[in-house]
Design a protein around this ligand. Structure first.
Ligand SMILES: *[C@@H]1O[C@H](CO)[C@@H](O)[C@H](O)[C@H]1NC(C)=O
Ligand SMILES: [Cu+2]
Length: 193
């Protein structure tokens, strides 16, 4: 009897408390989820100048949010953005550019990173004119359209070879418009490439 009365009073007090508390807005599940940190994308390493005048790998598939990270071997290379139509030439004011990174031995202490924003093809080349690196095949692509027989890296390289010595560098290091490109110290200097 006593126990049951206590429970009744307790339940009433709890109900009163609950109605007070529930009057305050409670966060929805979506609001909670929006505050969580988005999962980090993958990092795709590209070695600049491995195996001669080339990028390794030179044909990269990356998802939005991924980072493509260029590591530089000796011979004073760069990474610059072009489009398919004009190989070995910067696309203009928004072209990304690593600057020239003359690593004296082993890989350079700095890397060049690009954050991928969408699945559109991104064409890049080495703008070193001493030795005509781009015309010699030093170019690559991120997210080539594999449904097309026309816009291929092989065709880009063919056009680059025909240019015979004409090349140019972007003026601003980093940049890349909304691609968010930057030169940074190698975040994992002891893990190879
Ligand atoms: C690297 O190449 C650029 C462009 O050709 C040149 O201006 C620069 O002096 C070179 N740096 C070294 C250390 O060779
Ligand atoms: Cu080069």
């Amino acid at each position: 009897m006593f126990a049951s009365k206590t429970i009744t009073i307790f339940a009433a007090a709890l109900a009163a408390l609950y109605s007070t508390v529930s009057a305050a807005p409670t966060p929805t599940k979506n609001e909670v989820a929006a505050r969580q940190v988005a999962p980090a994308g993958a990092t795709h390493s590209v070695v600049v100048g491995r195996g001669g005048l080339r990028f390794d790998p030179e044909n990269i598939v990356a998802e939005p949010g991924d980072i493509v990270e260029f590591h530089f071997l000796p011979r004073n290379h760069s990474v610059a953005q072009s489009n398919f139509a004009n190989p070995c030439q910067p696309i203009g004011a928004t072209a990304f550019f690593s600057g020239f990174i003359p690593s004296p031995a082993g890989q350079s202490p700095d890397v060049f990173q690009i954050t991928i924003e969408d699945r559109n093809p991104i064409w890049f080349y080495c703008s070193q004119t001493a030795g005509s690196h781009c015309q010699s095949g030093m170019s690559g692509v991120i997210n080539q359209n594999f449904d097309s027989n026309e816009f291929t890296l092989a065709k880009y390289k063919g056009k680059a070879a025909e240019l015979g010595g004409v090349s140019g560098s972007p003026e601003i290091v980093g940049n890349g418009g909304n691609l968010n490109a930057r030169v940074v110290p190698n975040p994992n200097p002891y893990s190879g490439f």
